[in-house]
Design a protein around this ligand. Structure first.
Ligand code: AFP
Length: 357
């Protein structure tokens, strides 16, 4: 029985209700919906207008639609190729196209963006005629890891949000999309895995939400995620080893060589979906790498909608993200679909790579 139970305490309750204002203790935010969590963040941010909150809500709605299509893919004839090739020269999967269309339709008409950049679109996408332009731009990879779609392995959506740079309220310009990573106002991803999870940051820590499919909402399950300072896992496509530069080859050999202090060898894990490999790295620590090689001189991954948003999340969680030479978040982009080498994960593990490079 708590101190306010029983007949005598009833009088105390009445007295409190009539003479003072009683506030319940501040609730543990675990279990908050993502909408509530975003609103709480907005209440704490001076000068917030609610527009970013609304934009994030539009994005989470899109990812819930995509999650539902991903779950039903085998039944709803969503598996396989569309027969088209995207700007990256890759074959477009039906679910890629569906995820891309979902994000474009909802965000371009939602009044919060002035331009969008998508992995699947050669050029920036602008709000259709007659629809208002907002003060943000969103860059996204609608369905990352698409080669894993047909085999039921985790895939994801990655997004990056900036404020527009061009003045006025007309359609955005390329300069609005091509901004340095340190200017991101929010970044996140959704992983469609054994459960669907949203992980995002607005620069106030990294938070993870799990989708309850019965309710249809994301609930806070991982509060203020911190990446361990070191892990025991490295994640890289070792099939490319012969094409790597010597520093990368030596680093991976070193990770596999037993050490007296038993810190090595590391375990190797590689899903081939950046979101999945990054999510594991974020929670368990370690390092993910997609180095430049003789075939891909600038690496394979895209700066604006893969490396930069994940770098913001990694840094917010206490980790690092580098090209091997520069901090990912300080790279000044020159094109929408620019590729970069990526080393991302635990601080200690990324620092190790940099010594070898
Ligand atoms: P896909 O979406 O074409 O499968 O590419 C996925 C990806 O961009 C990224 O998610 C993976 O980390 C990386 O490529 C895998 O590339 P490799 O197949 O060359 O290892």
């Amino acid at each position: 029985m708590d101190g306010l139970s029983g007949r005598a305490d009833f009088a105390t309750r009445v007295a409190m209700a009539t003479t003072t204002t009683w506030h319940p203790p501040k609730p543990d935010q675990r279990g908050f919906t993502v909408e509530r969590h975003i609103l709480e963040g907005q209440r704490a941010a001076k000068g917030a207008t609610g527009e970013l909150t609304a934009l994030l809500q539009q994005i989470t709605l899109c990812t819930k639609i995509i999650a539902s299509r991903v779950n039903m893919a085998g039944l709803a004839d969503h598996l396989g190729l569309t027969g088209e090739t995207n700007v990256q020269g890759e074959e477009v999967q039906k679910l890629d196209a569906l995820a891309n269309a979902t994000l474009i339709r909802n965000l371009s008409c939602g009044g919060k963006v002035c331009a969008l950049g998508s992995e699947e679109e050669d050029q920036p996408v602008l709000p259709p005629d007659g629809y208002p332009c907002g003060k943000y731009v969103v860059l996204f990879d609608p369905l990352d890891g698409s080669s894993n779609i047909d085999v039921n392995v985790s895939i994801g959506t990655i997004f990056s949000i900036h404020e527009r740079r061009s003045p006025g309220s007309s359609s955005g310009k390329v300069e609005d999309l091509l901004q340095v990573g340190t200017r991101q106002v929010a970044a996140g991803y959704v992983i469609y895995g054994s459960s669907t999870m949203l992980v995002y940051t607005t620069g106030q820590g990294v938070h993870g939400f799990t989708l309850d499919p019965a309710v249809g909402d994301f609930f806070l399950s991982h509060v203020n995620i911190r990446i361990p300072d070191r892990g025991k896992i490295y994640s890289v496509n070792e099939g490319n080893q012969a094409a790597w530069q010597p520093g990368v080859q030596k680093w991976v050999e070193w990770l596999k060589t037993p050490s007296e202090d038993k810190q090595r060898p590391y375990s190797g894990r590689y899903v081939g979906s950046l979101v999945a490999d990054f999510h594991r790295t974020l929670l368990k620590g370690g390092v993910f790498a997609y180095p430049a090689d003789k075939k891909n001189l600038s690496g394979k991954l895209r700066l604006m909608y893969e490396a930069a948003p994940l770098a913001m999340i990694a840094e917010q969680a206490g980790g690092l993200a580098s090209t091997g030479k520069e901090r990912i978040l300080e790279l000044v982009p020159s094109e929408l679909h620019q590729r970069v080498p990526l080393y991302i994960g635990s601080k200690g593990d990324v620092e190790d790579v940099l010594r070898f490079l």
